[in-house]
Design a protein around this ligand. Sequence first.
Ligand code: ZN
Length: 307
Amino acid sequence: MRLLQARQRPVQALGQLLAPWLRRSAAQVFARAQIDWAGRRSCLALSFDCDFPEDAQAIPRVVELLGRHGLVASFACVGRWVEDYPDAHRAALEGGHELVNHSWSHPDLVNSARHFVSARTDLNPRPWRALSLVEQLAEVSRCQDAVRACLGYSMTTFRVPHFGHADVRPLYPHLTALGLTCSSSVLAARARRLGLPGWEGALMEIPITSCPRHPYASMDSWHALYAGGGRHRQDFAGLVTSQLRRDDVTRGLTSLYLDPKDWERLDFDGLFRCLARNADGRWVTTLRQLAAWWACRYPVGPAAGGR
Ligand SMILES: [Zn+2]
């Protein structure tokens, strides 16, 4: 992991240099597309990655906070934690939220930097990219089965573990056979059309929004609190609020993800209050609903391109 982080440093430095240009380019992509977002000015897709058991255990608290502010969200869940903590995941469904397939064991589940130590010692340290395609698909399929067996729910969205470092493209053609119609596994700055959703064969990819100041990192709680010593410990809500204001002008989409276990460290209550503010013109939706709407509204994409 440290080696990986060291390799990422030049990329992040380059990203900071390119940040203003990437922000402008993304804004132009959305402004040109003039998406109507179900009759609203902009769109917010909020998601949570429940990687560790401690994330799963925090789901009911996060659901309560979301309900307080009238927000819906998508929870990317790990199959083995669904088996161990079914009630916590059921709370998300009962709150009107979506569950997303995040693999059965979340390979590469380590935290060598020791910012956080899980109470569980049986995490899967094997790198996702060291898995063969067959092994990766078995991880996806087993998660799909676990959630169906434990909760009677069929997931339609997939998020690859450690999305920033994994190439998800070889998986795309196989995911639809498992009942998945949408993926949210690519960072906007690395996506083909920046943050714009697009067809990958029969599958919809909804990119995760890049940090406006560090475009080769996502605007998530890991980046805010821990990466590089915590790049947005103090100003995260302000950073997100400016991003949403930009969306209102450019008719943009923000796909923001957070880790449930950080609900206190990042003050989710205050953050959710910011997300819910001025929400009249913003479509706050799950990835599942967004993908279904997009498939009807843009069967061949809003600009050139096809499925
Ligand atoms: Zn940043």
